[in-house]
Design a protein around this ligand. Sequence first.
Ligand SMILES: [Zn+2]
Length: 170
Amino acid sequence: MLELVKFPNPILREVIPEFDFSNPSEDPKQLEKDMLELMYSMEGIGLAATQVGKRVRMFVIGNAAEPEKGEAFFNPQVIANTKDLDDLEEGCLSFPGIYVKIKRPKAIKARWQNSAGEWQESEFSGYDCKCFLHELDHLEGITYQDRVSTLKWALAVKKTKKRAINVRTK
Ligand SMILES: [Zn+2]
């Protein structure tokens, strides 16, 4: 059973080395299945292996409408990105309840290996793009908190606390 790792667990600061399909430290298909299951149970749309305490260069991205279409991205790389940025709201299962707008490229072209070790290539835009980049950051030891000013983060945290108090007094 996988367990969610929350900030400031130091594994969230590690840069994770390439996953070696010829000498795997984990069964890639099992990990994909277990992580998707946990992610859906937490109503997340993306989850990186470090967020479940695994030093595996991989994340999963879900599909709320068609859960079976959720998939794993091993050794992900961004090979091109737009100069134009989107400023969309992000949340993170390792920072429960904190939502903040983060500027990231509008679209990217990326490559990665699926859980069978086959190389794939595709373009991503909108929330899929932002999710891909958010999860890739996790494998580099970067969190979305690092992508905003201290002030913007403090305001987001304050909003979370207010929301929590409102829930408690209901
Ligand atoms: Zn996250």
